[in-house]
Design a protein around this ligand. Sequence first.
Ligand code: ASP
Length: 348
Amino acid sequence: MKLRVFCLVVFLLSGAAAGTDLLPTVVVVTTGGTIAEKVDPATGGAVPAVSGSALLAAVPELEEIAIVEVVEFLNIDSSHMTPEIWRDLSAKVQEILDRTDVRGVVVTHGTDTMAEGAFFLETTLESEKPVAFTGSMRNGSDLSPDGSANLYNAVLLVCSPEAAGWGVTVVLNQYINSARHVMKDNTTNVQTFDSGDFGYLGYITGNHVLVYNTVLECTRIPLPDSLPEVPLFYTFAGDDGNYIRFAVDNGASGIVVAGVGAGNVNASVFHAIEYSLENSIPVVICSRARHGEPEALYGDQGGGSSLVEAGALLAGDLSPFKARLLLMIALAQPDMGSDEMGLLFNAN
Ligand code: ASP
């Protein structure tokens, strides 16, 4: 009899009865965004108002699936995010992922620039553990806020075996997108994130993950201590290229140009890009189009093939905003040669 009592006591003390030993540890790093905002009666507009701890307290169901810790990193609308903040966020998330007891990380973030933030961390983190970005399209004062369900699903994903190998994801409205291809596609709808031609990675329903896809590519580059200036220009009819020339003369270390169609520009912009390349400032060509990739198809001055001939790089499957971040991170590497830089972009 004594042995049975002893075993029961050990079992209870070990916490196994409560199941807490069996639950994975997930750290939620909060940065702000609509998920943490409420309407300010004075202005009638949504402003940062909810702490990270309060976000977790609003989802008691989390205790059933994970041991959740919170790190309150920032509380800003993501329209104010910068690459430098993402650099510091990546360093903090890396520190957390390096803990052996941590299964993965959820980052709550504003949706306006979440796609870029997720890509920045995917590119600079050195860990195979899952990181899921989430947020909300409706604030805490709205009729039916979506933040709590999104937060629960993001923690569930990080705990699930399906997330292994997916790197950094964006989880909103049950859909799972890759950091590389996700884009915010609707200004106000809860179903705002999608990945265009590449499709969703999966879908969360009834506490489990449906797998639709695999991650096609994941570029990893060491997190730099500082980041260079890389402006982005969306070209337009009648563009004279002078803003590119101004950037070359005023501190740009690289330039990204979103061209028309398959990545074409007019002759004036073409000469401005030549001016940049002649000053050893690399130029990456993207497209204003949402689908497809820039290609060396047209041979007139400013056509894709003339740009490649002049030494510009084609961005492959990256959006202009993510190509800019990749070029910033690459240029910050002490030993990134032009060949390696070319592979980064043309290897897609
Ligand atoms: N403006 C908000 C943000 O990006 C939008 C959102 O989070 O849904 O922080």
